[in-house]
Design a protein around this ligand. Structure first.
Ligand SMILES: [Zn+2]
Length: 329
């Protein structure tokens, strides 16, 4: 089996590959691990491999019609089930559709494949309804459940599944991977890797390649506007965040780091600071310790609000006003 550029998790990949080659991949797999470690990416690779027309060693080959359609989300035998709403609950209707769908013969592949993104959105009742299906799965059918921890699934479901735990790659692997993917400087990628413990999803800001670098630039411009600009400069610097929640989330996170660095610098500590140039240094020079703490607090609140799906335009305006107030402007 092929894992393309899926980073790290060597033992896991070996185990899956060995099982796949002897056609012994379990019909129900639970992929557990914290957000950002690649559960969905891995589940999609497994789904493509399950329908790929090439041999088990090459699958997913990424170029046969089955791989191409599966990658495009249009393979008739591959279903991805996602939750809806803020809670991410997977609806009873979605579960009913899976149950009805699974009883039909596959259209092209040897069996139908169901990927439950965020299967923690399955209620106990929904899991109980699925139980019969995974107890006696139709021939060739496969079920992949992505969860933060297998503990969120009922013991009856867990006992019928094989559980695989995803781990972060080493910091070096993660840094190299992200630097290659984004064109980011290696030192910056290494710093991000250390900050996020090698969690690539978090380093990239949830699938937004290049967003991290963009957010860093935005945060620096906003800090610069706080030091030497006008209210308009700050709003202008923050404008790209207005309609882009992931970017707003990441930028608030970068602002937080920036203010924290300025606090450390102000404190005179010899601790490692990302950058002693530019906005960090100027902030440390011009703002009081109390102001820096308030700026840090504001960035933390903005990051939390962005993570809670707050209205991004309102949040951005609020952030700018609060940052100016915190900086005593
Ligand atoms: Zn293929």
């Amino acid at each position: 089996m092929q894992f393309a550029d899926f980073c790290g998790n060597e033992a896991l990949k070996e185990a899956l590959s060995a099982a796949f080659s002897r056609r012994g991949l379990p019909h129900t797999l639970v992929l557990e691990g914290e957000s950002g470690l690649g559960k969905r990416t891995l589940a999609r690779i497994l789904a493509r491999a399950s329908v790929c027309r090439s041999g088990p060693d090459e699958a997913p080959c990424e170029h046969c019609p089955s791989c191409v359609r599966s990658a495009a989300g249009s393979h008739p035998d591959v279903r991805v089930i996602t939750g809806s709403g803020a809670s991410g609950q997977i609806s009873a209707e979605s579960v009913d559709r899976v149950i009805a769908d699974a009883s039909r013969k596959p259209e092209e592949a040897d069996g139908r494949v169901y990927v439950f993104h965020a299967a923690d959105g399955l209620s106990d009742a929904a899991q109980n309804r699925l139980l019969k299906l995974i107890e006696e799965p139709p021939p060739g059918a496969r079920f992949f459940f992505c969860v933060p921890s297998a503990e969120v699934l009922l013991p009856t479901v867990r006992s019928r599944a094989q559980i695989f735990t995803l781990r972060a790659p080493t910091l070096e692997q993660a840094a190299r991977y992200v630097a290659a993917k984004t064109g980011m400087e290696e030192a910056e990628a290494a710093r991000l890797a250390a900050l996020h413990g090698g969690n690539i999803g978090r380093m990239l800001g949830e699938g937004g390649e290049g967003r991290t670098a963009r957010a860093a630039a935005l945060a620096a411009a906003m800090a610069e506007a706080l030091v030497s600009g006008t209210e308009h400069d700050l709003l202008k610097a923050a404008a790209p965040m207005l309609r882009d929640r992931p970017l707003a989330l990441e930028t608030a996170g970068r602002l937080k780091l920036l203010f924290r660095d300025a606090c450390v610098l102000k404190d005179g500590a010899k601790a490692e600071v990302r950058s002693k140039d530019g906005p960090v240094l100027r902030l440390a020079r011009t703002a009081t310790e109390k102001q820096l703490v308030m700026l840090l607090d504001t960035a933390e609140k903005a990051e939390a609000a962005a993570g809670r799906n707050a209205n991004t335009a309102l949040l951005t305006t609020w952030l700018c006003a609060r940052l100016r107030a915190a900086a005593g402007l």
